[in-house]
Ligand binder design. Structure first.
Ligand code: AMP
Ligand code: MG
Length: 327
């Protein structure tokens, strides 16, 4: 079976064709960007609307859409205007091709493609993206969040600091470079139960920078603090659910110092740290198509009878609200 995946939850518009063995036959994406890295939801939606015909044209040249059996749409969580644009496009194609449309949770899709590529069987997931920071594991039939940020995502916090000290956007990798020459300054440390808070630490770093503290020291200290917090919560989640694998997902996963800390923790626990290739770690539609296939296979009858008018977007959809059944 062949699935057409559609992704539009935030800055990226993407189309992909994936088969039921998880082979990616086609994947193409285009990202909405602004100088300062911010996102205006209505502008991003307009970008997606303009770009879809071009992505479709490219797809049509490489693949005969008649072979598509099902269509998967990333219907949340995300920015409502972007999600609506994706849904409009998905419903149009679904009615043209007369194929079932499967609403997929964007975060579950990140986790599923992570497992596909890394070959990890049952890991604790560390989702460290721009907008999101969550520690997730599969327990009692659902993905569950064991710890998460109480305010900003870790990547956004790094980007904001980078913007203020003039590093441009995105700042993660530039902060990583500067951190190599820094020494430690206390910025505080905020883990509340299993949850993380990044913004107070960010404010302190910004304050110190305005007082003339060195960029290198602040970059180093921000990394050390944030990554220690993330490693601590990950370790406790692994102990709690008794799992021996951790899987690092999201743009921040590119950071060598974060990998080093998690690796030390995993080694001490006799556990293994897994990764996803960078190309499939960020937002794209291959993960939506793949998760859509898994979902469809688990409940064909339901999706074959699901009417287009009963499918809606879900901007605040959480992973624990998704019923996971696998066949
Ligand atoms: P995503 O939201 O998953 O597309 O990831 C984007 C985020 O990853 C941005 O906030 C980047 O600053 C961050 N990022 C990329 N490379 C690095 C790095 N080497 N270290 C830390 N953060 C990074
Ligand atoms: Mg994402």
């Amino acid at each position: 079976m062949i699935c057409l995946g559609i992704e539009t939850t935030a800055h990226t518009a993407s189309l992909s064709i994936v088969d039921d063995k998880g082979r990616i036959i086609f994947e193409n994406r285009d990202m909405y960007t602004r100088e300062d890295g911010g996102i205006i939801p209505s502008d991003a939606a307009l970008h997606h609307k303009k770009i879809f015909p071009l992505l479709l044209e490219k797809l049509n040249k490489e693949f005969d859409l008649k072979n598509v059996g099902v269509i998967a749409l990333s219907s949340g969580p995300g920015l409502a205007p972007c999600l609506l644009e994706g849904m409009r496009f998905a419903k149009e194609i679904a009615s043209k091709l007369n194929a079932p449309l499967i609403p997929v949770n964007h975060l579950v899709a990140h986790l599923e493609i992570g497992k596909l590529f890394s070959k990890a069987k049952d890991p604790v997931f560390i989702l460290a993206t721009g907008a999101n920071t969550q520690i997730i594991a599969f327990e009692s039939g659902n993905y569950r969040i064991f710890g998460e940020t109480l305010d900003t995502g870790i990547g956004n916090a790094l980007d904001k600091f980078g913007r203020i000290i003039g590093l441009g956007f995105p700042a993660g990798s530039k902060i990583e470079e500067l951190a190599k020459k820094g020494k430690y300054i206390d910025l505080g440390y905020v883990v509340k139960g299993m949850d993380l808070s990044f913004s107070g630490i960010l404010t302190k770093a910004i304050d110190l920078s305005k007082k003339g503290c060195s960029k290198e020291d602040l970059c180093y200290s921000l990394q050390e603090t944030y990554f220690s917090m993330l490693t601590e919560v990950t370790e406790r989640a692994m102990a709690h659910v008794n799992k021996k694998e951790a899987l690092l997902i999201g743009g921040v996963a590119a950071n060598k110092r974060l990998i080093e800390m998690l690796n030390i923790m995993c080694r001490e626990r006799k556990a293994k740290l897994y990764f996803v290739p960078v190309k499939y770690s960020g937002d794209q539609a291959a993960m939506i198509a793949y998760a859509g296939i898994l979902q469809y296979k688990s409940n064909k009858k339901y999706y074959d009878n699901l009417k287009l008018q009963d499918i809606d977007i879900n901007p605040n959809w959480r992973v624990e609200q998704v019923n996971i059944t696998r066949v």
